[in-house]
Design a binder for this molecule. Structure first.
Ligand code: HEC
Ligand code: HEC
Ligand code: HEC
Length: 125
């Protein structure tokens, strides 16, 4: 005869063990990135959903306009003008690359090479 009690106990331990990562994270995919919001402004250069999905498209458009056609018209957000620029546009508001850009890029393993040439704002941790 086999011992039903022991088998059930064994099964329960097995299930708890195998599903540990799921319930331990409450069903989450780990630490979701939390990019730091800029201070003193509430809007981006386009709506947030567009920025989240397509900022890399916009930034390339800016670059092409500036470099290929010399179009340096400024972008106005909440009454203030910004250059169509990585450093003098995006990073004027998103002042901390580590706590903003990198927060997502590390999570998704993208590594834009832009900063090989472009300056970074001074970071104060
Ligand atoms: C090989 C060096 C190099 C790399 C790498 C590079 N850039 Fe540039 N970028 C330049 C130069 C030079 C200019 C011209 C600066 C000017 O005329 O104001 C420029 C201008 C720009 C501009 C418009 C003006 C400005 O000052 O920002 C944007 C926007 C831009 N680059 C975005 C990017 C992005 C985004 C990446 C990464 C995907 C990138 N660049 C990678 C060299 C580089
Ligand atoms: C005028 C200041 C300002 C400028 C310039 C600006 N942003 Fe933003 N950006 C913001 C603010 C404020 C938010 C948050 C909006 C919100 O809370 O809905 C934001 C949101 C974003 C988001 C979404 C973040 C998230 O939490 O999902 C991305 C990505 C982004 N910006 C990238 C950029 C890039 C790339 C540039 C340059 C092409 C840029 N921003 C220029 C102020 C700015
Ligand atoms: C809300 C998350 C998030 C934030 C914040 C964010 N990015 Fe991104 N970024 C992404 C994702 C995700 C991708 C990859 C998209 C893809 O592969 O289609 C990406 C891709 C890019 C690319 C294209 C890289 C490539 O190799 O194709 C550039 C350039 C870029 N981001 C610039 C920036 C800059 C500059 C900032 C900070 C001002 C920033 N991003 C902030 C999520 C973010």
């Amino acid at each position: 005869m086999y011992d039903g009690g022991k088998i059930i106990t064994g099964l329960i331990i097995f299930i708890v063990f195998m599903t540990f990562p799921i319930w331990y994270n409450h069903g989450n995919a780990g630490n979701i990135p939390k990019p730091e919001k800029p201070q003193g402004v509430t809007q981006c250069v386009k709506d947030t959903a567009y920025m989240r999905s397509s900022h890399m498209v916009l930034i390339n458009e800016w670059r092409d306009e500036v470099i290929r056609t010399g179009n340096r018209t400024k972008v106005t957000v909440q009454g203030k003008e910004y250059d169509k620029s990585l450093m003098l546009g995006c990073m004027k508001c998103h002042i901390n690359k580590k706590k903003f850009c990198d927060e997502c890029h590390l999570y998704t393993s993208v590594n834009p090479y832009c900063w090989d040439c472009h300056f970074l704002p001074k970071e104060t941790i």
